[in-house]
Design a protein around this ligand. Structure first.
Ligand SMILES: NC(=O)C1=CN([C@@H]2O[C@H](COP(=O)(O)OP(=O)(O)OC[C@H]3O[C@@H](n4cnc5c(N)ncnc54)[C@H](OP(=O)(O)O)[C@@H]3O)[C@@H](O)[C@H]2O)[C@@H](O)CC1
Ligand SMILES: Nc1ncnc2c1ncn2[C@@H]1O[C@H](COP(=O)(O)OP(=O)(O)O)[C@@H](O)[C@H]1O
Ligand SMILES: [K+]
Length: 568
């Protein structure tokens, strides 16, 4: 046995799909691979070959994957007449081609352009009508060689976008992670023109024009239908501001050795994508055969007011779905009957209320104090009149999730002026703001809209809390600088009440994290992933308009059942 031999990727702890890199980190990983000996051109061939294959499978010849690639070009149409027959099979939701598909290849000056040219060559050899748009006079050497070869094959090549014929599909290889400055004309206006055509665009690595780290649009950017991210997920693809340009994102894994990733990012990367595998290794499943309700966590929810009774119900239903062993819900006395009718299994604690119908005082059962629970989740529907209650829960010594009015009360005075640092709380605190609440809580921090990941990291460092910033791509950070990004979600969740569901779910899971000694931050990430996946499944079955918050609670348990355990 050679002990020097690195561990194969499939036996290592981090999965490639969890890794997220900046452009600089990608350059460092790339430099290590090249220094280890793989020729740049060989890697480009491999990567672009994978992209070409994916394009064929997804867009050009779907349903015929097995007989077309590699093994002798069986079934590859070569004439327009054959295309008329051959392309009439399964096509999903894409337009059908009745003549030979025309593919436009957009070529930039760097290796992103080189990748695109290899794709052009492969599609050309498989009989597609390929046209190259190559507007740059100066190309990197390898890219230039690929362009020369493509031209020698007779593939038409144009410098001006006006000359590029109408195409059925465009492949964007203008810029990848090497783009660092604003796009200028004529490239900027060419991109604007291309975006106006109703043609699918596949971006290689990044939609050209997006900043690799922040996802910011540098002047203008390609609006891709699909982005094939190469090797490791780029941070910019997971930023809210990039999403309308990214389309459907997919990782093209080209076997980067994890040893090289770890050498650059460390064994535990600071920023992680939350994946199905990471979630299922966190959730308290399967339950121990011998257990009882108190071993599965006791959550206290504090929520609701006469004005916002629904928020308390939704939070309770979210908690129910978490599987928490015991659920107690403190609400204003007048809400007790309705809570009992929706959540008969929960212990509903009716509390004295203010004139406005907010909780005036926590009146827990005898022999119970706040610290006798495993976790507290507090905030949905409270109204600001419940401010003394929030002060009281902050003084508890058990894990606490604060949301909605809990955050609004906490924000006054703003956390940045002292915050929770220095010990208002010794136990875990999870703050779950949306962007507006975030700005009220952390008014001194840079705008959370533009670099959400940095903003949330700063907020966690400043407050000492775990901060979950809600959005299209929810981001979580702890005070040590670790970050989790939920990579998939659905705008179907942009509806009143869906955050309340998350608070309950998360509270229930944190109570179980306490009894099962699971890292709380991993559980926060698991809750956010689970919530988003329930939204995705509900939207698939009911459309994006059909996912009200109550419906969402019904999908929470269903979605775990839909998850393919065998693939874990
Ligand atoms: N990493 C890997 O393992 C693998 C990487 N691969 C591929 O390599 C890609 C990265 O390649 P890359 O480094 O050549 O950079 P890329 O994004 O093509 O372009 C940079 C060029 O654009 C130029 N330029 C910049 N801004 C500009 C502007 N505003 N307007 C005009 N020009 C501008 C800049 O020129 P300069 O700044 O010198 O003027 C430079 O020449 C990566 O995304 C992936 O596709 C795969 O092949 C194999 C595996
Ligand atoms: N465009 C979107 N895409 C995906 N998820 C979204 C989007 N907009 C909102 N969400 C999710 O919906 C939830 C909304 O929470 P919140 O704003 O607190 O709602 P409420 O307070 O009404 O319950 C969050 O989990 C957020 O991440
Ligand atoms: K690109």
């Amino acid at each position: 046995m050679n002990n020097q031999h690195p561990t194969p990727n499939n036996q290592r702890r981090i999965e490639i799909s969890q890794v997220v890199v900046t452009a600089q980190q990608m350059r460092e990983v790339e430099a290590r691979i090249f220094a280890a000996g793989i020729p740049v051109a060989a890697l480009m061939e491999k990567v672009a070959g994978l992209i070409a294959r994916r394009i064929l499978d997804m867009y050009l010849n779907p349903g015929q994957e097995d007989n077309r690639w590699g093994g002798g070009e069986l079934g590859t149409p070569t004439t327009d007449r054959e295309w008329g027959l051959g392309a009439m099979g399964r096509w999903g939701d894409q337009p059908r081609f009745y003549s030979r598909p025309r593919v436009g290849i957009l070529v930039g000056p760097g290796h992103n352009g080189g990748d695109a040219l290899v794709v052009a060559r492969e599609l050309y050899f498989r009989g597609y009508a390929v046209f190259i748009y190559s507007p740059f006079a100066k190309l990197k050497e390898l890219t230039s060689q690929h362009l020369q070869y493509a031209q020698s094959l007779g593939i038409p090549c144009y410098q001006s976008i006006e000359d590029l014929p109408e195409c059925d599909l465009l492949v964007d290889g203008l810029f990848g992670f090497g783009l660092e400055r604003e796009l200028q004309d004529p490239i900027a206006s060419a991109i604007n023109q291309l975006n106006h055509k109703s043609v699918p665009i596949i971006s290689i690595d990044m939609p050209s024009g997006l900043h690799t780290d922040t996802g910011k649009v540098l002047g203008t950017a390609i609006r891709a239908s699909h982005t094939f991210c190469l090797g490791l997920w780029k941070l910019g693809l997971l930023q809210d501001q990039a999403l309308e340009y990214v389309g459907k994102a997919e990782l093209i894994d080209f076997d980067i050795p994890l040893a090289d990733v770890e050498a650059v990012l460390g064994e535990t990367p600071r920023i992680k994508r939350v994946t199905k595998n990471s979630v299922f290794s966190t959730l308290p499943l399967p339950r121990p055969a011998v257990t009882h309700k108190y071993k599965e966590g006791h959550l206290l929810l504090i929520c609701g007011s006469r004005r916002y009774a629904g928020g308390a119900i939704l939070t309770g239903l979210g908690a129910r779905a978490s599987g928490v062993g015991m659920l107690s819900i403190a609400v204003p006395e007048s809400l007790k009957p309705i809570l009992v009718s929706h959540l008969p299994e929960a212990l509903i604690v009716g509390c004295p209320e203010t004139q406005t119908g907010a909780i005036a005082q926590l009146q827990l059962p005898e022999n119970t104090d706040l610290n006798s629970f495993d976790a507290i989740a507090c905030g949905p529907g409270l109204t600001k009149d419940a401010s003394p209650i929030v002060q009281q829960v902050l003084e508890s010594t058990i894990p606490l999730v604060l949301d909605a009015d809990g955050l609004n009360i906490l924000a006054n005075p703003p956390l940045s002026k002292g915050g929770m640092k220095g010990g208002i709380r010794q136990a875990l605190t999870v703050l779950t703001p949306h962007t507006g609440e975030f700005q009220r809580l952390f008014p001194d921090l840079p705008d959370a809209k533009h670099n959400r990941i940095e903003a949330v990291r700063e907020a966690a460092a400043q407050s000492g809390a775990v901060v979950l910033l809600k959005g299209a791509r929810t981001v979580i950070a702890n005070s040590e600088g670790a970050v989790w990004i939920v990579p998939e979600s659905t705008p179907a969740l942009a509806r009143g009440g869906s955050g309340d569901v998350l608070t309950g779910l998360m509270g229930g899971l944190i109570a179980q994290a306490v009894t099962h000694q699971i890292a709380a931050e991993d559980m926060v990430a698991a809750a956010a992933w689970w919530h988003a996946q329930a939204g995705i499944l509900a939207a698939q079955e009911r459309t994006e308009l059909g996912v009200d918050a109550f419906t969402l609670t019904q999908y929470l348990n269903l979605v775990l059942n839909h998850t393919d355990f065998d693939s874990l």
